[in-house]
Design a protein around this ligand. Structure first.
Ligand code: SF4
Ligand code: SF4
Length: 175
């Protein structure tokens, strides 16, 4: 597992951390926290947002994120849940095409990262989770969408997410 210590956790302080429902389920199981303590459905007004992750609800167009800026799990410069942090955090700053593509990360100009076996698996998991989560988002928008509230949307995501979560855990049991 790669743990970055190359700056004072700018990514955890400055970014809005977009997540999937599988991250919420994992964190709930590990911490026994209720989801409203650490995540939220917030207005989808981020730049470069993939429209496939936008949930249409009575309250507007929303996305699922950790409570961010700074992240609710940041303690000083360290992540308090790194072993079961959202997959996007574990994959960051690597991305699908194996390039660091962020402007806030100083490692962008210091190409110090080396992709090894574990990172390959994290990226693989990330890709599969995104695909599965997109399907859940699509189902919500098709079946309920603007007729449903934010609260109902979160319940739907958790219900549908749990149906797929165990098989993801089995597939990637060490990550
Ligand atoms: S969960 Fe941890 S790694 Fe992810 S943004 Fe929060 S503090 Fe950073
Ligand atoms: S990934 Fe980049 S922004 Fe985040 S702690 Fe490491 S160097 Fe800083």
């Amino acid at each position: 597992m790669y743990i970055c210590q190359l700056c004072d956790a700018r990514c955890c302080k400055l970014r809005v951390i977009t997540i999937t429902i599988f991250d919420v389920i994992k964190i709930k199981e590990k911490t026994s926290l209720k989801e409203d303590k650490f995540c939220e459905l917030r207005k989808a007004n981020l730049l470069n947002l993939d429209p496939n992750f936008i949930l249409e609800c009575k309250e507007g167009s929303l996305i699922l994120t950790l409570k961010s800026q700074p992240c609710v799990f940041l303690e000083g410069k360290k992540c308090s849940i790194y072993r079961f942090a959202p997959t996007i955090c574990r994959a960051y700053p690597f991305v699908e095409r194996r390039r660091i593509k962020t402007s806030i990360c100083p490692s962008y100009i210091k190409p110090l990262f080396i992709i090894r076996g574990i990172e390959e698996n994290v990226l693989k998991r990330f890709k599969i989770e995104l695909r599965e989560y997109k399907n859940i988002v699509y189902s919500w928008n098709e079946e309920v969408g603007k007729r449903g509230t934010k609260k109902e949307c979160m319940e739907f995501l958790l219900r549908e997410g749990r149906k797929r979560f165990r098989s993801l855990e089995r597939l990637f049991k060490d990550i």
